[in-house]
Design a protein around this ligand. Structure first.
Ligand SMILES: [Mn+2]
Length: 344
């Protein structure tokens, strides 16, 4: 720490933001989950954590809203050794299932039932690993952030939080509603994370979805009928803005739907695709970087408590670190604001 100079670029040390803090010293711990088994359109998000770590050495650890942001003790938990191999083998099997759907056939009728089961078992194992890693850190009193990977990865974390906190809500920023039941047969699909969270974790009392612009009629039905869900789709956010409502007013509306304890789930594709061109399932429209920044800052400054977060679906392009650059900067802002919020 004595030799650490926040005015210089970080010296890569394998951790986020090249910070010198040990796990013991840390108040925020970041856990990488390099996973893209169920990604339906194009894989690559398993490379997200590593690319973000690399890009994060270039992030200026200054934040005009957070005094001495560089001193925030953030540490990186080494990625779990089982995950890369499990991801690789399960992805190969999942590709057979996805191909089958794309060819217009049903995997179960095409003799792929056992393969599907193996994929689901691998995903359940990933959830268990994440659950155990997060539970341990919560017991130690740390604020935990997950870096994906596809958006299926925080389920184990949400389960751990559900045991730790009696009730909380989720602020979910995403282009998709992620409310599909077992999308393409995958119980733990990236497109099913919020369906699974609401169904299996009773402590989750509300889900506030922001920026959604790509969803199916089944999901629309769930959104209309489940009283826990507050829906702020991209279309109406923009419509309200055209008609004179400021982003500040909209942020307050969004926050009104959130309870006292809030988990932030940030799918990078909630932002405009110019900010995440290589993500798994990009969709036109979406939020600007500064809009998300401001919303998170307002939330952190409110009476509510941020109890954890994830950043998912960041995928680097070949020789193009842009997605990771955006992801690293967003991750630093979430860390800064969550820290500020927890210090109050
Ligand atoms: Mn998502």
């Amino acid at each position: 720490m004595k030799t650490f100079d926040p005015n210089l670029p970080g010296i890569a040390n394998g951790g986020y933001f090249a910070l010198p803090f040990t796990q013991q010293e840390a108040e925020i711990v970041l856990i990488s989950v390099p996973w893209d088994v169920t990604t339906s359109y194009r894989p690559g998000t398993h490379l997200g954590p590593e690319a973000i770590i690399e890009a994060s050495t270039q992030v200026d650890l200054f934040n005009s809203r957070v005094p001495e942001a560089w001193k925030i003790p953030i540490a990186t938990i080494e990625e779990h050794e089982e995950l890369p191999i499990l991801n690789r083998t399960a992805r190969k099997m999942a590709e057979r299932i996805i191909r089958c759907w794309e060819e217009g056939s049903e995997p179960l009728q095409s003799g792929l039932g056992e393969v599907l089961e193996q994929v689901n078992t691998a995903c359940a194992r990933m959830n268990r690993i994440v659950y155990l890693q997060c539970s341990e850190q919560l017991r130690l009193g740390k604020l935990v952030g997950i870096v994906g990977g596809e958006h299926s990865v925080p389920l184990g974390f949400l389960q751990a939080l559900g045991e730790h906190f009696s009730s909380f809500g989720i602020l979910h920023i995403d282009a998709h509603a992620d409310l599909r039941e077992a999308y393409e047969g995958f119980t733990y699909s990236h497109a099913s994370i919020m369906f699974n969270a609401l169904k299996t974790i009773p402590s989750i009392t509300s889900l506030t979805q922001v920026g959604v612009r790509d969803y199916c009629s089944q999901e629309h039905e769930i959104i209309r009928n489940d009283e826990r869900i507050a829906f702020f789709p991209d279309e109406s956010l923009n419509e309200d803005m055209y008609e004179g409502l400021t982003w500040r007013d909209q942020c307050h509306r969004i926050m009104e739907s959130l309870p006292d304890q809030v988990y932030i789930s940030l799918d990078i594709d909630g932002l405009s695709p110019e900010l995440c061109p290589h993500t798994g399932t990009p969709v036109p429209g979406g939020l600007r970087f500064q809009q998300v920044d401001y919303l998170l800052y307002l939330l952190a400054s409110s009476e509510r408590k941020i109890i954890g977060f994830d950043l998912c679906e960041v995928a680097p392009g070949d020789n193009d670190p842009w997605d990771a650059i955006v992801g690293a900067r967003l991750l630093h802002k979430i860390c800064c604001y969550s820290y500020l919020n927890n210090k109050k």
